[in-house]
Design a protein around this ligand. Structure first.
Ligand code: ZN
Length: 253
């Protein structure tokens, strides 16, 4: 009995914490006039996630359990009373971004990863200047960049959060990003912009196949991450379609 009460309490506390981070995007019928697109969903009929069907509603996590991925870009999960569609890249990008910000908040706690083979990145003279001018900012975030000859920089360490990202492309993107800054930004704003660009490069891409376990890990990470209902650009990371709304579509009530 005691056990039960505690489980329910912690489940609802978790839910409240999650909901207080953001108001999730509820898809209303009027927002969804054309259901034709849904027919292209390839649903995996075998149940890869037996846990989900045996879980009592109280233990259902807010974003439910992943059921399938479609177009290698969206995850479909099921909660006790809805279907949730998650944009895997937008969601992951937000998680990486929030991890960066948390690391920044505690000085020098952004974990880095040494590159076995340092990456030499060829740049134009102006790109190189912009990158080196911001080398200190990059270093705060775990990206170690140094001068390397007349038209290149060398990257020796990258943030562990984005290990595996395409370093050359990241440096090029940072250079063009900095070009758009002007002088109006504070240091914090600059750091956050660098975080956002790095998060984009380090996040799981649209178009990557995920297995059920990876999808569920992403959902659980979203539930723990502040602001995970919106991507770094303010777009929703998921939409929720309530079963009662789906039933209306089929004239079931
Ligand atoms: Zn992105």
């Amino acid at each position: 009995m005691r056990e039960n009460v505690r489980t329910m309490d912690s489940a609802s506390a978790g839910q409240n914490r999650f909901q207080s981070h953001f108001a999730g995007t509820r898809l209303r019928l009027k927002d969804f006039p054309d259901l034709a697109g849904m027919y292209s969903v390839k649903v995996d009929l075998k149940d890869d996630e037996p846990v989900s069907s045996q879980t009592a509603p109280d233990e259902m996590p807010p974003l439910g359990f992943a059921k399938a991925q479609f177009h290698d870009t969206y995850i479909i999960s099921q909660t006790s009373d809805s279907i949730v569609i998650i944009d895997q890249h937008a969601a992951h990008e937000r998680i990486v971004m929030e991890n960066f910000k948390a690391g920044l908040a505690q000085e020098n706690s952004v974990a880095t990863q040494m590159l076995l083979i340092p990456e030499i990145v060829e740049l134009s003279v102006s790109e190189k200047m912009r990158i080196l001018e911001n080398a200190d900012n990059f270093e705060k975030l775990g990206l170690k960049v140094e001068d390397f000859g007349s038209k290149a920089v060398i990257v020796r360490e990258v943030p562990a959060l984005i290990a595996g990202a395409d370093t050359k492309k990241l440096i090029k993107d940072l250079a063009s990003e900095i070009n758009e800054w002007g002088n109006a930004f504070s240091l914090t704003e600059k750091l956050h912009k660098i975080c956002a660009t790095m998060a984009c490069h380090g996040s799981v891409r649209a178009g990557r196949k995920l297995n059920i376990e990876e999808m569920n890990r992403l959902l659980r990470d979203m539930e723990k991450t502040p602001h995970s209902g919106q991507c770094n650009h303010g777009r929703p990371t998921y939409v929720e379609l309530k079963i009662k709304d789906i039933e209306k579509l089929f004239d079931r009530r």
